[in-house]
Write a protein that binds this ligand. Structure first.
Ligand code: GRF
Length: 208
């Protein structure tokens, strides 16, 4: 069994492509002393991502690293890793980062990259998870915080939170209900890591 992170005040970086509500939830948890961490910076692959403005408003370094600026994915990820190392981050928090993580990042940060997915994995991996859940007709959905591996939403699961799916739900109403749980679950999972309580054995995560 391997401890994912020794107990410490965590230095985090957030990678995000869009809105940034999970980023804001993490900032709030830090402010309210529910999470022993700091956010060293935000990286977005999308020029104009709303998360960048939110970070700047909070005085958190926010930078754009666009894949189009690099010859290939390895070089793009190398630029991200260089920035993460300059910030000396302990963990990388994917929050609506709409790309598959490749070997360069995974090798630099093994078991140190987290993601949140708006469904109860392994159901409904990939894009439009809430839409997939509604189309399938499930009565319960939710969110999953997991460690990132080379697959699409396949890494070891740290925490999950469930919500009901109602007959009158549409994608927006279900997404909003799940998002409330995402904000809590991500901060809880990060605090468990800050407390050194997360161990992994194969693909099973133990909370000790
Ligand atoms: C969230 O629903 C998250 O689960 C998914 O992308 C969305 C990001 O939302 N991976 P936000 O940018 O954190 O508001």
């Amino acid at each position: 069994m391997k401890q994912v992170q020794a107990r410490k005040h965590l230095k985090l970086a957030v990678l995000a492509s869009g809105r940034g509500s999970n980023f804001l939830a993490i900032c709030q948890a830090i402010r309210e002393n529910r999470l022993d961490a700091e956010i060293c910076g935000v990286i977005s692959d999308q020029r104009g991502a709303r998360v960048l403005d939110k970070a700047e408003e909070l005085g958190i370094p926010a930078i754009i690293i666009e894949p189009a600026m690099y010859a290939d994915k390895d070089r793009y990820e190398k630029a991200i890793v260089d920035q993460l190392q300059a910030w000396q981050v302990d963990l990388v928090v994917l929050a609506g980062y709409m790309r598959l993580v490749g070997p360069v990042m995974l090798e630099a940060y093994p078991l140190k990259i987290l993601n949140i997915h708006p469904a109860l994995l392994p159901s409904f991996a990939g894009l439009h998870a809430q839409r997939q859940a509604l189309d399938y007709g499930v009565k319960v959905s939710g969110c999953t915080v997991h460690l990132v591996d080379e697959g699409m939403d396949t890494g070891p699961i740290i925490l999950q939170a469930a919500v009901p799916v109602f007959a009158h739900d549409d994608e927006d109403s279900l997404s909003a209900r799940i998002l409330v749980q995402e904000h809590q679950a991500y901060c809880q999972a990060l605090q468990l890591l800050a407390e050194g309580r997360i161990y992994v054995e194969g693909r099973v995560v133990h909370i000790i």
